[in-house]
Design a protein. Structure first.
Length: 322
């Protein structure tokens, strides 16, 4: 399937309008109609009803494949261009909200190099690196101590653990649980929680606690869709629900006060992984940052620095992100 035709189909299906899709894509309406007709002729099925404009059952099935197909197309293009490009003077890093602790922030430095860090949703970090929107990715999540993060299959990326640490349940100051030496997540299913994807979702909490799907545990008291950690802590301090954070982040002060109680069970850690595509020159895992800088490859230099954090932040086990 021609990716240009597929992209036009997605726009029409999303907007439910040929004219609106034409405006978005910069085409004439007749050109959009011709492209949809060409795609339908290629597949031999009707993909869109016309009055009203809506996907047919075959069109809905194609939509399920369209996103991954278009992403892989962008990833292939970015990978080829990345291999042919010279050393960049700027590096864009896509990072999830809790993926840049102090040690890794210090590692994001290079001689005569400008680094831009862009905070994105965890699910989009790999997509941005694969598509070329970012040169590197830093993604965080919760996993067993020896396990890699579960990342989407978006293309030929490499994922390597660069930091891990303990987790804590964050409660408002004065909360009855504040003085505990440790808390088991399964014992907190009846508590009210902050639904904050930047920290952890209640769906992930249920999964970690072994709660069956659709259970009533880990009820949502408040939702926060942003990426600002201070806002997360402020909402907890104000009594809008508990949350789970890495200990290093939970210790930050918040107006009104919060307290961090170590998570004792299940046995999981907060893990950060660096994501990257193929590095110029095909350098192997054993090369250090000095070699990468000497080779003039800024991205490889930053990857090497991120993969050699201080001894207090043990690196993880290399894992394929594809």
């Amino acid at each position: 399937m021609d990716p240009h035709l597929l992209r036009t189909f997605v726009a029409v299906a999303d907007l439910r309008s040929f004219s609106a899709a034409a405006e978005r894509l910069g085409y004439t309406q007749s050109a959009v109609s011709q492209q949809i007709a060409a795609l339908e002729a290629d597949l031999g099925v009707v993909l869109l009803g016309r009055r009203p404009v809506a996907p047919t059952p075959a069109g809905r099935r194609l939509l399920e494949h369209a996103g991954p197909l278009l992403l892989r197309h962008r990833a292939a293009r970015a990978d080829v261009l990345r291999a042919a490009a010279g050393p960049p003077r700027t590096v864009v890093v896509a990072a999830s909200a809790l993926a840049c602790p102090p040690a890794l922030a210090r590692a994001l430095r290079g001689p005569r190099l400008e680094v831009t860090v862009r905070t994105v949703d965890r699910r989009r970090v790999a997509e941005q690196v694969a598509s070329g929107a970012a040169d590197l990715g830093l993604v965080d999540g919760i996993a067993a101590p020896s396990d890699p993060l579960r990342l989407p299959d978006v293309g030929p990326l490499t994922a390597v653990g660069v930091a891990s640490g303990p987790l804590a349940v964050v409660v408002p100051s004065g909360h009855p649980l504040q003085g505990r030496s440790g808390l088991a997540l399964g014992d907190l299913a009846g508590a009210l929680w902050l639904q904050a994807p930047a920290a952890v979702t209640v769906e992930r909490l249920r999964e970690l606690a072994g709660e069956p799907p659709g259970s009533g545990g880990f009820r949502v008291a408040c939702r926060y869709d942003g990426h600002d950690l201070h806002t997360v802590l402020n909402l907890v301090a104000a009594g809008h629900g508990l949350t789970l954070l890495p200990v290093s982040a939970a210790a930050r002060p918040a107006p009104g006060g919060t307290a961090a109680v170590p998570l004792s069970a299940p046995r999981v850690v907060h893990r950060v992984e660096v994501l990257h595509g193929a590095l110029a020159g095909g350098r192997g895992d054993g090369e250090d940052a000095g070699d990468a800088v000497a080779a003039g490859d800024a991205v490889a230099a930053l990857v090497a620095q991120l993969r050699q954090p201080p001894s207090s932040t043990p690196p993880g086990t290399p894992a394929s992100g594809s």
